[in-house]
Ligand binder design. Structure first.
Ligand code: CTP
Ligand code: CA
Length: 221
């Protein structure tokens, strides 16, 4: 009953969120991935839904549960993630939280690659994946509010400001992933970067970051 009576400032608004890592196949049994758990993105999807938004969560492979009250689309690769996000347009809000693999194998083998006695290991040729945030930030059907994340290990504010401009985002939520326990962990310390400047938030639970970010977003509508 509490949630039914809570104010719904985002009622009637559509949001698309990406979350988790992507997996990029090398062969049928091997892939390139990263440490993202999906916790931050899933929590943001749930928080926006609690504020009344109609949420599509495009999730890479994660072990956490689908959040309640959200339409979840499960994908594996960056290219699948981009297609699913574009299929969720038009939307009012896009929040691109996924740790999308920057590169994929240039060609993934149809059969399991085998060791060959006496031969050197095979070279792994990489090609760049599509940039989902940048595509959405410059889309003909661009959501009114486009939010990106930035995973940095140094010069967080400067790199975040650069990503804001380059990707056509309205807000970049930057975090320092060199801090132990951020990537894959439960806590996060973020800095919000817009064209008007930067604001650092204290260290908190990823669920709290999600609540505060959803409230920040609701204020823009
Ligand atoms: N992103 C994306 N598609 C990609 C790469 C990144 O949508 N192929 C999004 C992420 O979801 C995040 C933002 O772009 O919202 C920034 O991701 P990040 O990895 O920090 O930046 P990159 O642009 O990939 O640059 P780099 O990893 O070299 O710092
Ligand atoms: Ca990246």
């Amino acid at each position: 009953a509490f949630f039914d009576e809570a104010p719904k400032p985002l009622a009637g608004k559509r949001a698309v969120i990406t979350s988790g890592p992507t997996h990029e196949a090398i062969d049928p049994v091997r892939y390139i991935a990263n440490r993202s758990s999906g916790r931050q993105g899933h929590a943001i999807a749930a928080a926006l839904a609690r504020l009344g938004a109609e949420v599509t969560l495009v999730s890479g492979p994660v072990t956490i549960a689908d959040p309640a009250g959200v339409n979840v689309v499960h994908v594996e690769s960056a290219r699948e993630m981009l297609s699913a996000v574009e299929a969720a347009l038009p939307a009012d809000i896009a929040v691109m939280v996924a740790a999308v693999a920057d590169w994929r194998a240039a060609d993934s083998a149809d059969q399991k690659m085998k060791k060959k006695p006496g031969e050197a290991p095979p070279p792994l040729q990489l090609v760049e994946n599509p940039d989902i945030l940048k595509t959405i930030g410059h889309h003909a059907n661009r959501p009114r509010l486009v939010v990106g994340f930035a995973a940095e290990t140094r010069d967080v504010a400067a790199y975040a400001a650069d990503k804001l401009a380059r990707k056509g985002a309205d807000l970049i939520v930057a975090n320092d992933v060199s801090k132990e326990g951020v990537m894959g962990g439960v806590r996060n310390q973020v800095m919000l970067v817009t064209k008007d400047g930067a604001e650092a938030w204290p260290d908190m639970d990823k669920a709290e970051v999600a609540e505060k970010l959803a409230a920040w977003i609701a204020k823009r509508f």
